[in-house]
Design a protein around this ligand. Structure first.
Ligand SMILES: Nc1ncnc2c1ncn2[C@@H]1O[C@H](COP(=O)(O)OP(=O)(O)OP(=O)(O)O)[C@@H](O)[C@H]1O
Length: 304
């Protein structure tokens, strides 16, 4: 099966002379079809530029990319199978939510009859606001309408730039459920960018971290946040360290950090308690994406 997206050595610079910014720098990246792919990176990392390139809105200076195995030159129509939301969609304030979808479907040359429009609005939690003018919508409601508009025409994939921008916590949870539902029930590939690391961690299957237009890391979320530790509060500490061996790292607070897999834990714990040690607490401490992300950015510095 062809990947949803295959980016090969893409570069894009903005500006001229002394003010040149390399927004994308020889970037290669693959996004498989299916699931939810998160694009992370600090401000100015190149996330929006990449999504604009993918949607055919920005032409790269160098390199190429394919959507579902096809370049835009050989098959421009492939863009019809990709819905896109870049920043806040430009919306007409005097139209209602439902009229907006009708107009946008018309621009795209796609049929989206009334029942389908209302179903799309219900899917993003706007059923009650369907007949209200968009000028009175909050930022979060406009974002929801923008997300609904990407689903016009039953795309195989949607590309969303900061889709939960401006939403309240309840809205963010609803959108997370919607993205999962799109991926799992409808088989739509969802590619989104976000600053919210914990959101990406919760909703995405795979993630790529951009830094200065380059790929800093990519992989399954579970792999990137791997490296769990078991944190033990056990006495006496010295005896526990001796029994655990090289995997034990005593901590300043008196606890012991143990690098083992989850499968190895039950045996280790029963060995320690059988040896007469007093176990007060044992808990897993994950390496979360935020610490990983911050670590990467600190390593590389970010002086742009
Ligand atoms: N139209 C433009 N003209 C000039 N420079 C631009 C333009 N668009 C983006 N840039 C610059 O390119 C770099 C990458 O910007 P981009 O918006 O792609 O990053 P981003 O990761 O999406 O950032 P943010 O999270 O702040 O939206 C930044 O330095 C930005 O200032």
């Amino acid at each position: 099966m062809a990947a949803f997206l295959d980016v090969e050595k893409v570069s894009k610079t903005y500006g001229r002379g002394g003010g040149v910014v390399a927004a994308l720098d020889d970037l290669s990246l693959q996004v498989a079809e299916g699931g939810i792919f998160g694009l992370l990176g600090p401000n100015g990392a190149g996330k929006s530029t990449l999504l604009r390139v993918v949607l055919g809105l920005v032409h790269p200076d160098k390199g190429s990319f394919r959507l579902f195995g096809k370049s835009l030159r050989e098959a421009p129509g492939v863009l019809r199978s990709v819905g896109g939301l870049i920043e806040t969609t430009r919306l007409y304030p005097f139209l209602t939510g439902e009229e907006t979808l009708s107009v946008l479907a018309g621009y795209a040359g796609v049929s989206c009859p009334g029942p389908e429009r209302r179903a799309l609005l219900a899917r993003v939690g706007l059923e009650e606001a369907a007949g209200r003018r968009v000028g009175g919508y909050s930022l979060g409601m406009k974002q929801r309408l923008g997300i609904a508009s990407t689903l016009i025409g039953h795309p195989r994939a949607v590309v969303l730039d900061e889709p939960t921008n401006g939403m309240d916590p309840v809205g963010i949870v609803e959108m997370r459920d919607l993205f999962r539902d799109l991926a799992e029930r409808d088989g739509v590939t969802v590619m989104l960018s976000s600053h919210m690391l914990d959101e990406v961690q919760r909703v995405c299957d795979h993630v790529a971290i951009l830094h200065r237009g380059r790929l800093a890391a990519s992989g399954a979320v579970a792999e990137l946040i791997g490296g769990d530790h078991l944190l033990l509060d056990i006495r006496p500490v010295e005896e526990a360290c001796r029994l655990i061996g090289d995997a034990a790292r005593p901590q300043p607070d008196g606890r012991i950090k143990v690098s083992i897999t989850r499968d190895e834990a039950p045996r280790l714990l029963s060995r320690l308690t059988a040896a007469g040690l007093e176990l007060y607490e044992a808990k897993w401490q994950g390496r979360d994406l935020e610490r990983y992300f911050v670590g990467l950015v600190e390593e590389g510095g970010d002086d742009r």
